[in-house]
Structure formats: structure tokens, C-alpha cells
Design a protein around this ligand. Sequence first.
Ligand SMILES: Nc1ncnc2c1ncn2[C@@H]1O[C@H](COP(=O)(O)OP(=O)(O)OP(=O)(O)O)[C@@H](O)[C@H]1O
Ligand SMILES: [Mg+2]
Length: 232
Amino acid sequence: MLRINEIYAGYGEIEIIHGISLNVEQGEIVSIVGPNGSGKSTLLKSIFSLVDIMGGEINYLGSDLTATATDQMIKKGLSFVPQTDNIFPTLTVEENLELGAYVSTKKLSDRFDLIYNLFPPLIEKRKKKAGTLSGGQRQMVAFGRALVMEPKLLLLDEPTAGLAPMFIDLILEKVEEINKTGVSILMVEQNAKKALAMSDRGYVLAAGEKKYEDSGRGLLENKEVAQLFLGG
Ligand SMILES: Nc1ncnc2c1ncn2[C@@H]1O[C@H](COP(=O)(O)OP(=O)(O)OP(=O)(O)O)[C@@H](O)[C@H]1O
Ligand SMILES: [Mg+2]
């Protein structure tokens, strides 16, 4: 459903991504792993045209994304949870969810039920300002904002960053649960072993280039990948 072909991207004059190709098929969980600063966030942002595209093609469900407005991308079922600043802290939980709802075709209450079912801790917090929640709960709000838009493909940038170990496993389980409802996932994750273990396929990035590409299991079992990128 997503096809990135030889993309070059960066910031102004600075090229960070040097010709990366990647694809996500319907129903897959695909992970992008790699060291800090290797360009994982820049690659995800390039899909949403949030960085400068210097070359290559990005095709999503038959449309050229480099020529598609953001609201059209969202209408086509593409949704992005960025690594930072992914909620409005001064708005309540419910107001955060409502912001995502304008493109929804289903009844708002149905969408909210789905999100509260997935993340029960948010129910009693729904009138609280999102900024007062714990890190794990904030991430639930960020997911909720994305899910209320009824995505077909969900882009996640380090969904477990900064979370306590208990929340890391919970959030990754939720990613699998969301995937089982038919949402394809493209995820950047620092917990590379956990991410690859639950992924259909994965990509290893280093210095803005794709170094390895295989099934999640294949990358986990690759000695070179394990030694260089997964801490042995
Ligand atoms: N807004 C920006 N302007 C200029 N350079 C940037 C900007 N954001 C990131 N960079 C640079 O781009 C490179 C890749 O950064 P990016 O955030 O994509 O890496 P990453 O793999 O997501 O790292 P991390 O694991 O720390 O999140 C880094 O050298 C970084 O300094
Ligand atoms: Mg990043």
C-alpha cells in the first residue's frame, strides 16, 4: 500500500536520507530500526512531506504523496504519531480526540468507544488536561488522536520512547492489537529486538542508508545485524 522508491530527503541544503526504498503491504507491521541520528524520523517525516524531498517517489494507494496535501493524506487513511509533541497538553483528553475526528465517517461516539476500549485508563481521565497524564497515558492519547481518523496505515515514531518498562510492553501489545483490526503499521522503534520480534518485516538504517532488509525474524537471527545494531 506504501511504496517509497529511492527517496532523498533532508533539511534545506542538508541531505540526510540518501536514496532509500521501502514498502509496506496491506496488513503488515514493518519496523525501522537503527542508531540515533541514522535518519529514522526524517524518513517517516518524508512520507508526510514534513521535510524537504530532494528526489525519489512516495506512492500510497496509487497516489503520489509528494504532490498530496496533508488533509488529503489523512482522508486517504494515512495517520502519523510523531516522536515528540504528539498531543496538546493544555487540552483535555477528550478535546485531543475530538481534534482528530473531523475526517471520521463514523459516529464520533463509536470512534471514542473504540479508543476507550483499547485504552481503558483514559476513560476516567477524559476531562483532565492531557499534559497532567503519565507518559504512558499521554502516548495512549496520541494513539487515540491518530485512531479516531480511522487510519489504514499508521506511522509510529518511537511509540515507547521515555516510557517505563511496564508501559513499553503495553504500548507494543496495543500496536499489535491495532494491527489485528486491519490497520497496517510502519513503526520506528528504539527497542529494536522487541519491535522486530512482532514485525512481519524490518529495515535497518545507518547514516541515512538502508543497510539490511528482511523479515523481522530474519533480522533478529542475522549475526551481523545482532552484533552491529542489536547489542549482540
Ligand atoms: N530539523 C532539523 N534540521 C536539521 N537537521 C536535522 C533536523 N532534524 C534532524 N536533523 C538531523 O538529521 C539527522 C537524522 O536525524 P533523525 O531525527 O532523522 O534521526 P533518528 O534516526 O530519528 O534519531 P533518534 O534515534 O535519535 O530519534 C541527524 O543528524 C539530525 O541532527
Ligand atoms: Mg527519531
